[in-house]
Ligand binder design. Structure first.
Ligand code: FES
Ligand SMILES: [Fe+2]
Length: 449
């Protein structure tokens, strides 16, 4: 059933507005739109579940969510990675309630049915007496997540068994993930992912993080005042914004001169030969000049790989974050810290402390952003918002002193690379993808880009 705000006419109006670079603000908080997003986007997209180093040993597991679907992610005795719906097949309660651990079997807290690491039902309390010989346990195993695949140690799940393979879905983004995750031979997760609930719409958080370096010089002004970031208001705009298939994207932020502020983001010199070994010359060129990589895998995974600290104590880490929608105005943020396995131990520890001071609930940068997101949803529910639009038209117009922005054909990486990150190219692509996906199959003629 098409609800009142989602009829064909409304969609074509949305499409018309978005072609002009305008996004109606009400789509950030509308409950009908939200329901459609969960079904049409999250029912068919690859969603991030975790990193392989979180479940290193046989029997290790973590519990995760794919929006409202609870997931039990396990490493089997044979070393395979499997994911099941974390709900008992008997009466449906949540089977495993811990965040992580190591087990041979999972026993349900309700009536005690137990399942092995392959999801098979292996034990029923007083089974013979209660159910007799006819009970066929093989019919009552845990329900597997339809697709689970991994790229560079990152594990993703998909609720649609017919969805395109993960590697096809990631496409050109793999080239950049190879730099972020494969530059020294592999990353590891440190600690548990931090998580907290923010008052925000998932589209706004994903776009803020992946596509909007323009906010950095204002929202995070305190970092300039503390001397961590440069005074130059364009400092986060130097470099390239790269837009890719399926609305994935990355900002490769460099510096005013286009050269590295420090080589290899301040990583210890002992690691540089590893970068040369694992990266292609083109990837190495990008990696050697970058200050910050920040971007996202559509729909709700974002990442940042910054330079952090003060001169003489600079370091780099990788932060992955997943925006789990909990409603049109609520997001559960999941935040992982990753560091090169090959990095010296004391460097890992110092970097972890730096990360905790910047991102996550105790991080200064995080708190700046959280305030803004909350205020967006706070003000987006009013009657006057029904015909108010947000501006996403820096692609087709003149922008902040830049002349008309054309893609840079000489950028060494794949995707459409614009020679600035203060641009709405990726934001706009994300919103176009959003409209295309939520309208899929609703009308005879789909809203296509
Ligand atoms: S609900 Fe799990 S054993 Fe009954
Ligand atoms: Fe921010």
């Amino acid at each position: 059933m098409i609800k009142k705000t989602l009829d064909e006419r409304a969609f074509h109006l949305l499409k018309e507005k978005m072609d002009e670079g305008l996004l109606p603000q009400w789509v950030l908080t509308d409950p009908d739109i939200y329901d459609l997003e969960i079904e049409k986007i999250y029912g068919h997209s690859w969603q991030f579940l975790g990193h392989e180093t979180e479940i290193k040993d046989p029997g290790s597991y973590v519990t995760r969510w794919m929006v409202n679907d609870p997931v039990l992610l396990v490493r089997t005795r044979e070393g395979e990675i499997k994911a099941f719906l974390n709900s008992c097949t008997h009466r449906g309660t949540q089977l495993c309630t811990a965040d992580r651990g190591n087990k041979k079997t999972f026993t349900c807290p309700y009536h005690g049915w137990s399942y092995n690491l392959n999801g098979e039902l292996v034990g029923i309390v007083a089974g013979n007496k209660v159910y007799g010989e006819e009970m066929d346990k093989s019919e009552w195993g845990l329900r597997p997540i339809p697709q689970v695949e991994m790229y560079q140690g990152m594990i993703f799940g998909n609720l649609d068994k017919n969805a395109e393979p993960l590697e096809d879905y990631l496409g050109e983004m793999k080239w950049y993930l190879d730099i972020l995750l494969g530059r020294s031979g592999g990353m590891e997760v440190r600690g548990l992912p931090q998580r907290w609930v923010a008052k925000a719409n998932w589209k706004a958080t994903a776009e803020n993080f992946a596509a909007d370096p323009y906010h950095v010089q204002t929202t995070h002004r305190s970092t300039v005042e503390m001397g961590i970031s440069p005074e130059d208001p364009l400092y986060a705009g130097y470099g390239h914004q790269v837009v890719m298939k399926n609305a994935h994207g990355i900002n490769v932020i460099t510096s005013k001169t286009g050269k590295a502020r420090v080589p290899f983001q301040g990583m210890p010199e002992s690691m540089w030969p590893l970068f040369e070994k694992h990266l292609t010359p083109e990837q190495l060129e990008v990696q050697s000049k970058v200050t910050v990589f920040v971007g996202g895998v559509y729909p709700n995974l974002s990442f940042v790989s910054p330079i952090h600290g003060t001169e003489g104590h600079l370091h780099n880490y990788l932060n992955f974050r997943m925006w789990r929608p909990l409603g049109p105005d609520k997001v559960e943020v999941w935040c992982w810290f990753l560091i090169d396995k090959a990095a010296p131990e004391e460097y890992k520890e110092a970097t972890y402390r730096g990360y905790l001071g910047s991102f996550g609930p105790s991080g200064t940068l995080e708190q700046d952003d959280t305030e803004t997101w909350a205020r967006i949803v706070e003000v987006s529910k009013g009657l006057m918002m029904r015909d108010k639009e947000l501006n996403y038209n820096s692609v087709s117009n003149y922008l902040m002193g830049y002349s008309h922005v054309e893609p840079d054909e000489n950028f060494p990486g794949p995707g459409t690379a614009y020679p600035t990150t203060y641009i709405d190219a990726l934001s706009r692509r994300m919103h176009e993808q959003w409209l295309e996906l939520i309208s899929k199959g609703l009308f005879k003629e789909e809203v296509k880009q």
